[in-house]
Each structure stands twice: as C-alpha cells, then as structure tokens.
Write a new protein. Structure first.
Length: 555
C-alpha cells in the first residue's frame, strides 16, 4: 500500500462523512418538525417511546440527533425524564438501519436484478435524479429530496472508494497484527469508543469498520469488541450537549451512557462466557459488512430488551449520579415557562426550533393581553400591589422579547426554507406588537397611579365614557389574542373594524372632556391624564390591528 492508496482512502473517508452529513441534514429538513413533535407528544410509555425513537432515528439517520433532541425536550420541560428512556433505547435500535444499508455494498451476483440492489449500482441513478431536482426544480421539497439523493450517492461512493483503497492492506502483516490486538475485548472496546467519540457518530464509525473489513483480513473476534465500544463512544455527543443544562437534562445524557455501558458489560460477559464454554467457529473467520450489521443490531436489540423493564432503575441511577443542589431552581415560574422552549439544542432542526419559537410567542401574547387586562382593573380599584403586578408582567414580557429576538437571530443564520424565513419575519413582527401592547399598558398604569396620588376622580359621565373605551380596548385585545392563537384569518376583518370604532370612541371621549372643562366640571390636570390614556388605548388598538393584518396576509 503506497501513499496514493492512503490519499485515496482519506478522500473516500471524507466523501463518506460528508455524504452522511448531507444525507442526515436533508432528511431532517424534509421531515420538518413533524418527527420531533411526534416524539414530544406520544412518548408517554416506554414501549411506545422505543418504537418512536427507533422510527425517528431510522428516518433522520442519526441516533445522536435523536438523543440530543431528547436532552433538549427534558431541559425544556416538554418531556419527563422517564419518557426519555424509551426514546434513547429506540434511537440505539434505529441507528442500526444505516449499517444494513451499507452492508448492501457486499452483494455479489451475476443476476442483473440482484446486482442492481448493490448501492454502487443504483446510487449513480439517484445522484442523477438528485442533480435534476436541484438544478431544474423550484420546489424546496424537491431541492431537499435532491440533497438526500446526492448525499446518499456521495456516501456510498465514499464507502466504495475506502473499500478499494484499503484492499491492499490485507497483504500487509502489520495491519493484521494491529487488529489482532483488538481481539482483546478491553483494547477493542476502547478503540471503538475513542473512534466514535472523535467523529461523534456510531453510524459513521460502523461504516468505516465495514469498509476496513472489506479487506477480508479482520476476524470477528477483533470486530465484536470494537462495535461494543462504538456504542459507548456515541454517548459523548449527548454528554457534551447536556453541559450547562438543567439537572434532568444532564440525567438524560447519563441514562444514555448507562444504557450502553450496562448493555455492553452484560452482553460481553454472557457472550465471552458462552465462548469460553463452547468456542464459536465464526469468531476466527474474516468479518464482512453484513456480519457487522448483524452484530450491531443484535447488541442494541438485546440491550433494549434487557433494560426496558428496568427503565425506572436507570432513572434512579441517573438521579444518584447527578444530584440537584439546594440552590438550583429546577422549575421556572409559570410566566417564564414559555422561554424554556427556546433550547439551543433544537437549532439542529430549524423547523422544530421555529415551531417551539412560535409556541413561546403564543405564551408572550397571552401575557401581553393579561397585562392589559390587569391595567384596566386599576381604574376603579387601584392599589400599589396590583400596579406592581403590572410592572412585573411587563418586565417578563421584555425578557420574552429579548430571548425570542436572540433565538430568531440564531435561527435566521441557519439553512431554512423560504416559508420558514417568512414565518420568522412574521414572528418578529408579532413580538414587537405584543411587547408594545404591554408597554402601553404599563403607561396606562402610570396614568391611573397619578389619579390615585392626586386623590381626584373623573365626573360620573366621564368615568362611564372611559370605562366604555377600556372595555372596547379589552375586547379588541381578546379578539386579537384569539385570532393569533388560532391563526383565524376570518376574524382579522372584525378587528380592523373594531380598531376604527375605538378610534372614534377615543375622539368622542376627548370632545366630551373639553365640554366638561368649559363647564368647569373637570380640570386641566385630569385632561392631560385623559389625553395620555386615550393615546395609549389608540396605540394598543393599532398594534392589535397590525397583528390582524399580518395574520390575514400569511399564506
């Protein structure tokens, strides 16, 4: 094996890893937020969680992505720690589909139809279709499909290139001796764990092992412990992801680690015990791609069947390993729970991150309207405690605006579809309008505070007119919230009409005040306060109309 074989192998490895990245990215983007929404909603029992975790991982081709998503779910409070156990187990089972796909490269036959099942035979066709989709189709879904097809073709081409480049290794005694050392279970396990931890993908490390085994110089007794180590090495991604997360999110990562550690120890203990009693002939035979896929699948299915009944024990073990400190706040206040949805781990799937962002904006909208309602109550029943509640709510809404703005900025820098980009623009607009509604509510609170401090009141007629104005403002806020939460375009028109009506009411209130002022039934000071109130009500109404207009224009 000369330097050119080494360069070819490096090139093949690079293409293989890049193809796997493009394939996974394309599958994640095409699946959108649907897969993650299903995980979050339907993982209420361990068995269902295993099936969902396996299914989602088989679709997006990454157990690491599924596990990291589970860490994010738990960190955000979307999922309980117990629910994550089944998802993690299923992710380990689902990731074995990749090794089975890669094992098809070893198909040998003279039959045309069987040879067409070999990825190197049909992947050029997929690549051609993918290029056509990318170059000649305008649909974003077809673009994503094209990326998936090209990613798969590049992956398989890289796999084939690696296999061809390493073929001369079978004639090099040092290569054979190297893998003989891995027949020591401990050494092989460490080697597999280190390789997988370095590239952070068990599917990729198994694929590399399958390519090396194409030389026919690596026996199963060297391959088996490496595969076991690969399952442990893939835990690094989740552990890194949990850094800085809440206690239960860290525990989720440790459940993943303990699942693979305990499964590996029990599997290897039973296997090598049986091997010592009755040596298996296949252990000294050359390993091949399909054999590796069988071992990979058998281990993960075995570990899942073994540990699924002990899901609660895994949770307790993780709780013992990661203890909650006395000064740590594990649960956010009711008002701030919406912000926990903005987990940076979700940014790996922009579509799902955007859906979580939209839910946080829903919570912000509810708080904004609640702030306005709380302010209107101050007119006839002012107290410093209630006024402080308004200030607190407005401060929380400011936090929403800042966190949502930063999150959307990060999201906008990722590869998103045109529709998703438009959705982000609309959300930014909604955030601004809801924040301003809360601001004007706080300004109205200041007006009511002035009235209370001056120990003055509006006339009975003036009081009735202002109450009517506030009731109409509260009504437009209610309609706006319902329209926004339900994305009800048909309700937008009524909000626009109510905005016009409120504008007339505000003008009427000012005119009536001027008449009372001439008749000496009101004071100039109260007139200034009334002017501020009507301006704030007009502004609140205008922002509600802006929100309705945006909703009516969305596709």
């Amino acid at each position: 094996m000369d330097i050119f074989n080494v360069l070819t192998m490096i090139g093949g490895l690079s293409l293989f890893l890049y193809g796997m990245h493009v394939l996974g990215e394309g599958l994640t983007k095409l699946s959108g937020a649907r897969m993650q929404e299903i995980l979050a909603k339907l993982s209420d029992n361990p068995i269902k969680g295993v099936l969902l975790g396996a299914g989602v991982t088989a679709v997006i081709q990454s157990s690491s992505a599924t596990t990291v998503m589970a860490v994010g779910f738990v960190n955000s409070g979307i999922m309980q720690l117990k629910q994550a156990v089944g998802i993690i187990m299923g992710a380990n089972v689902g990731t074995t589909i990749t090794s089975w796909i890669l094992s098809l490269s070893g198909i040998q036959s003279e039959s045309f139809f069987i040879r067409m099942l070999k990825p190197t035979s049909f992947s050029p066709i997929l690549a051609l279709i993918g290029v056509i989709f990318l170059l000649f189709c305008k649909s974003e879904k077809k673009h994503d499909t094209g990326k998936i097809l090209i990613g798969f073709a590049v992956l398989m081409f890289g796999m084939d290139t690696m296999s061809t480049a390493v073929e001369p290794l079978k004639d090099i005694p040092e290569f054979t001796r190297l893998f003989t050392a891995f027949s020591n279970p401990i050494v092989g396990l460490i080697a597999g764990a280190v390789l997988t931890a370095a590239i952070q993908s068990s599917s990729a490390s198994v694929g590399i092992l399958q390519a090396l085994c194409s030389t026919g110089a690596i026996p199963y007794n060297s391959v088996l412990p490496i595969i076991m180590g690969q399952n442990i090495g893939t835990c690094v991604t989740a552990l890194i992801s949990s850094a800085g997360a809440k206690v239960n999110a860290k525990r989720t990562a440790f459940i993943h680690l303990y699942f693979n550690l305990i499964g590996t120890i029990v599997f290897m203990a039973l296997f090598y015990l049986a091997y010592a009693v009755h040596p298996f002939a296949f252990m000294t035979q050359p390993a091949n791609a399909s054999g590796i896929a069988v071992i990979h699948s058998c281990f993960n299915v075995f570990a899942t069947l073994l540990l699924l009944p002990f899901s609660n024990s895994l949770v307790r073990l993780a709780e013992m390993s990661v203890k909650q400190t006395d000064d740590e706040e594990e649960t956010a206040s009711e008002y701030l729970q919406g912000l926990s949805l903005l987990d940076t781990r979700f940014l790996k799937n922009p579509a799902f991150a955007l859906s979580q962002c939209a839910k946080a904006v829903d919570k912000m909208a509810e708080l904004s309207v609640e702030t306005f309602y709380a302010t209107t109550e101050l007119m006839n029943d002012y107290s410093d405690d209630k006024a402080n509640d308004v200030d607190e709510l407005e401060g929380i809404i400011d936090q929403y605006e800042e966190r949502l703005g930063n999150y959307l900025t990060k999201l906008s820098s990722l590869d998103v579809s045109r529709a998703e980009a438009n959705r982000m623009y609309d959300l930014q607009s909604f955030i601004g309008d809801f924040e301003r509604i809360a601001d004007h509510a706080q300004m109205m609170k200041t007006s009511f505070k002035k009235i209370d401090r001056k120990k003055k009141k509006f006339s009975e007629k003036g009081n009735a007119e202002i109450s009517n104005m506030l009731n109409n403002a509260a009504e437009i806020c209610k309609r706006c919230l319902d329209c926004f939460i339900n994305n009800d375009k048909s309700a937008a028109a009524s909000i626009v009409e109510l905005d016009k009506h409120i504008d007339k009411i505000c003008s009427s209130v000012i005119k009536s005040h001027k008449k009372r002022l001439k008749n000496g039934k009101c004071t100039v000071d109260m007139g200034f306060i009334l002017s501020d109130l009507t301006n704030d009500v007009r502004s609140v109404s205008e922002h509600c109309k802006n929100i309705a207009d945006t909703i009516s224009k969305t596709a």
